[in-house]
Design a protein around this ligand. Sequence first.
Ligand code: FAD
Length: 431
Amino acid sequence: MLMQATAQAQEHCASYYAATANEKTNYPVLRGEQSADICVVGAGFTGIATALTLAERGYSVAVVEANRVGWGASGRNGGQMIGGISGEQKIQQRYGEAATNTLWDMHWRGNDIIRERVDKYGIDCDLKSGYIEVAVKRRHMVDLREQYHEYRARELPDEYRLLSREETRATVGTDAYVGGMINMRNGHLHPLNLCIGEARAAAALGVEIFEQSPVKDIRHGDKPRVLTAAGEVAADAVVIAGNAYHALERRHLSGLIFPAGSYIIATEPLSPEVAQSINPLNLAVSDLNNVLDYYRLSADGRLLFGGRCNYSGREPRSIKATILPRMLKIYPQLKDVRIDYEWGGKIGIVITRIPLLGRIHGNVYYCQGYSGHGVSASHVAGEIMADAVTGTLERFDLFANVHQWRIPLGQWFGNQIVAMGMLYYRLKDIL
Ligand SMILES: Cc1cc2nc3c(=O)[nH]c(=O)nc-3n(C[C@H](O)[C@H](O)[C@H](O)COP(=O)(O)OP(=O)(O)OC[C@H]3O[C@@H](n4cnc5c(N)ncnc54)[C@H](O)[C@@H]3O)c2cc1C
């Protein structure tokens, strides 16, 4: 389920999303010699958002995907649309006041792009507004209050409010939290249907999408060439959007990003009374721990409960056995509910937590590593990459100029080192 994008192309994992996808995509395999202004590797949110933005601006684009549109994290995630880019505070510290407004705009831009596209292209992906961040301990409330005051200072136009322990209990139907903050600018959606819908919109604008076509190599030059077993694309620029699943450009990228597993279970559809009792406002819920739990109701009333990152690189023997106790700790009343789906995917962790945006030899770009927070961020990243390949580097440089730590021999030891780091964060959560 967590397999690497290998030479052997794969179909979607057995998730709730794959079972309820609006369509089964069937774009052709890349064969023979093709050309485009820009070639994108990977058809997740990053790749499709980049391609769609470029197509809207009139560029010719080819997208080469190893498996299927949305096969990676983009088609498997918790569906929580949360504004912000991981590592924002560190970027702010590095650039100071000069970056404040740009960062604030980028913080919400991903959500806005998603809403605009769902609307403009009529994408049916169960998009709902509403999110609550819940505090497991008192010190989490300090962070939430700080956030709340920033929203006030900046006059965030959407509804947001801090909740007491009692109000939180009434909002999420559990006594597990000491408080929370609702934010209606965030929300949730069916991620695979969003990705498939965006790909369809891109294809309608002329983007050539190729599926079941793992990229084996990229040949550098004035016109870099993207090579698969049966074909190639020559382009003015290439964007690598394979996130935690690709092993391209190892000399430049190994040791910079580490794949970590995140896992989700989906219950059977709950009765309307039970659904109403645990989430009457139909919010996406996320706790504030470093190794966090996240959950929400699906459009057909299932509880989709996710969490428990695995930084060892090994998939648990049973996803259900790993996640169910977490869910029952929050909702013991669901102990007799059936679990219909269990699945996992890879997120790309970066040591600094700042996404890795950069370029190699001037015309091969990469964009990856949202550290588990990428539904919204990948959409603004797609816009930043579309800007960058066409010569506007302002926002791209905010990321590309950050010094990123590389773990020597990371391809062999990286995950173990990150696992030790995460043990530290887990201990912090517990204490
Ligand atoms: C279980 C889980 C839950 C998550 N929950 C949330 C959430 O609720 N909210 C949130 O904001 N974020 C969440 N995330 C993170 C979010 O899903 C990711 O950050 C985001 O989807 C990354 O998108 P991407 O397009 O960069 O990468 P991916 O979606 O992983 O796409 C990469 C694509 O590249 C392709 N590829 C790789 N190598 C090659 C190659 N050599 N040739 C061709 N194609 C290749 C892959 O097949 C894949 O389709 C979650 C992630 C997981 C795994």
